[in-house]
Design a binder for this molecule. Structure first.
Ligand code: IDP
Ligand code: MG
Length: 149
């Protein structure tokens, strides 16, 4: 079991995609273990994207992410990190395949709707950053039917 951090970015919230996005992860069989809406502070956004701080797009990325509400989520399941990345699709919406969130709804590399952790270390770091109070422990009974055993 892994837990991954997923965030609907301000463009996804403004475009009314939050419900459809949650539905994809939920129906895949992942378990929602954290959910909050917030307008990220510059401090939070810059810590989250610190790995990109030397990149030319970084100032614009911070301005975008702090421009309005985002919906932060924690999803748990077997191989949840790569499963979520596959649901999300490649960074550039124009190159992302149909059936992925970015492939279906994004046309840009910057405005690409959603974030997902890219590995175990980043997932742990990002979950601690966005869910400092921790995630929710609960049993999703449907998992008896999602996983073979
Ligand atoms: P990812 O979100 O698919 O993991 P990363 O390479 O980690 O992509 O980049 C983080 C975010 O920075 C992207 O989701 C995108 O919003 C933004 N970004 C990445 N590359 C560019 C670029 O070349 N121009 C503008 N924004 C970019
Ligand atoms: Mg990334």
């Amino acid at each position: 079991m892994q837990t991954t951090f997923v965030m609907v970015k301000p463009d996804g919230v403004q475009r009314g995609l939050v419900g459809d996005i949650i539905k994809r992860f939920e129906q895949k069989g992942l378990r929602l273990v954290g959910l909050r809406q917030l307008v990220p502070s510059t401090e939070l956004a810059s810590t989250h994207y610190a790995v990109h701080s030397e990149r030319p797009f970084y100032p614009g990325l911070l301005k975008f992410i702090t421009s309005g509400p985002v919906v932060a989520m924690a999803w748990r399941g077997v191989d949840a990190i790569s499963v979520a990345r596959n649901i999300i699709g490649p960074t550039n919406g124009r190159e992302a395949g149909p059936g992925t969130i970015r492939g279906d709804w994004a046309m840009d590399i910057g405005h690409n709707i959603i974030h997902g952790s890219d590995g175990e270390d980043t997932a742990e770091f990002e979950l601690g950053l966005w869910f400092p109070e921790g995630t929710i422990e609960w049993t999703r009974l449907a998992e008896e039917w999602v996983y073979e055993g």
